[in-house]
Design a protein around this ligand. Sequence first.
Ligand SMILES: [Zn+2]
Length: 414
Amino acid sequence: MQSAPHPCPSCGQLGMSIFYEVENVPVNSVLLVSSRQEAIDFQRGDIRLAVCPACGFIANIAFDETLTQYSARYEATQGYSPTFNKFHRALAQELIDRYDLRGKDVIEIGCDKGDFITMLAEMGDNHGVGFDPAYVPGRHPSPAADRLTFIADFYGEKYTDYHADFICCKMTLEHIPNVGEFIATIRRSIGERPDTVVFFQIPNARYVLCDVAFWDIYYEHCSYFTKGSLARLFRQAGFEVRDLWTAYDDQYLMIEARPGSVPSPSGRGSTAEAGEQGSGGAGEKELLGEESAAETLEMVRYFVEHYEANRTQWRTRLVDWRATARRVVLWGGGSKGVAFLTTLGQSRDDIAYAVDINPIKHGTFMAGTGQEIIAPESLKTYRPDVVIIMNPVYRAEVTADLTALGLTPEIHTL
Ligand SMILES: [Zn+2]
């Protein structure tokens, strides 16, 4: 593997190795794009993933922050899926019970349209402050509205005067290039408040690497963690890691941290500090040990060895379907779909449409390849032969939706 000249954004060590490159991918895959031409002409950037041998952190070292856009046009919600909503609600209830979040102050960094912090406020009678430049006022009218404040901006140094009993940050850290600095900022904002609970949820890089899920690698995600590298980052910033677990078919990685008194500069330690942990709750929770940096390098090698074969297998399928004039659609008009299409270099000749249950996306286009995003009902007219579901976790839900439409296409999941 080629070595990168950059210091690791997580631990600061030199010697990161580049292991995966894709050029000219759309720099944003969930921005609402209103015409096919705009989708095809979409601003491009490169992906060059490198792994740090010291801490196991993985970064897109070609990432250019100035190319990404988080605005009201950023439409990443999964809130239209019953499967996702069930998970999300169970997670909110679990956090409320676990940390006794009742009548407390809660901060959510990267709250998107405010779904989750609204749930925490409603279900636990909490006060909430949500930060996100993609926040859209009025999307979720709530009986708890008078206890909620939204700041349509990135969280950063200027907001460190906001304090809370519970700081939550879901599906955001992977969008942040300078992760070391970001976690240190949060640690500084907490100061001497030892009871503050910090909870993060991010995509699980172990799943991406071991499932060779190249569709989970896209431009907006510039930072990738395993349990081990995530725990090392938090310890280095002066947190004590209390728990690490996975959920949503192991696709998500969760961490509970509390401010620690002695920051550990090397972030050493290879076992989870988690002791007590109830069973059940949101998703398939289980406690696993932290991967060492060497173990992460092994997973990276596995990904590198299998990635090309996996990509070729999908290309062959698409060529076969085209040769037999099969009508193929993707189910899922989000980031995974865009990454799948652009990484395979697909065109509209192979896959005509992307289907999405989010009505806000209907009539918009997939960045990069330009497929129109249509409503499930439109499939009654198009009658696809093959549906490729972008996330296996939605297989049952999508199959039921197709059956309800009177359709029985061949179903594939990534
Ligand atoms: Zn590192």
